[in-house]
Design a protein around this ligand. Sequence first.
Ligand code: FES
Length: 337
Amino acid sequence: MSYTVTLKASGKTFQAKPSQTILEAASDAGITIPYGCRSGMCGSCKGQLLSGNVMLEDYQKSALTEQEKSDGLILCCKALATESITIDIRESEEEEIIKSKITPVRVESLENLNKDVIKMMLKLPGDEKLQFKAGQYIEFIMADNSRRAFSLANPPHQGLLELHLRLIEGGKFTQFVFNEMKEKSIHRIEAPIGQFYLRESEKPIVFVAGGTGFAPIKSVIEDLIFNNIKRPIFLYRGAGSFEDLYMHDLAKNWANKINEFSYIPVSEKIPKNNDQLRIGLVHHAVLEDFKSLANVQVYCCGAPGLVQTAFESFTKKGLPEDEFYADAFTFAPPKNN
Ligand code: FES
């Protein structure tokens, strides 16, 4: 049994099984609707239910408020059709999305970037190179088939895949990293996934990174440099303390070498040294620096709270809603597939 899903704008239809989310069914039908975390955390897959009914699986309230829910909005990554439905959601008019695939990878190296972030380099079999867009992510498939998502921190032209893993004392994934992800061990990943990548424009770019949300932004910036794309760039990095700003020197080098590149590290705590850090919250620094955000694109990656707050406050300051690109999956809980 399956139900028909109709997309209002294009009139396209596809079939969804009762066990399939709308997002999965659309993807199986070769239709791309916007998504980010695929786990009810970011709100990127929000659409308006115009007719029919769905059942919503668990999601985070910041991704879909009670008001939005009672206004008929749904999260396509968490909605299961219980009858045929019509929804209003924009289709991604992106250039071709690279289809993800499951592939084995070998852990080439593990290196501490600071006390709780590890850089992991992965290699695909033989001379294979992963085709992806800078900013996309991969999912580790663990032995019990649960998955953990991590952004790729390397640009696509580099052969090895680079991940930044935040370790949590006593956490299940941290145990997995220490016990099973030894150098040379083999694992399975699905890649590439996600719609967090640079959109063509001449507008200045404001990057906002919290914690390991720096990883996909590093990938995008290194890809911009490689392709000699010149746009004014403002990189805001937020961290609890100065010590959390791993790869700080790399970001300073970009600012020194690239025209129209500003690096603004922001620490919640006053640092011991004085490395031109701003004190406070990273999205506040953006709001202080820009009189209006009407003519920029924002790429924001970090905890769901940061993404949500940044979206709300930036759009109030003139940022068009469709110029805010976000990835909030970094802190998503593991999901079973
Ligand atoms: S909430 Fe559905 S993709 Fe993030």
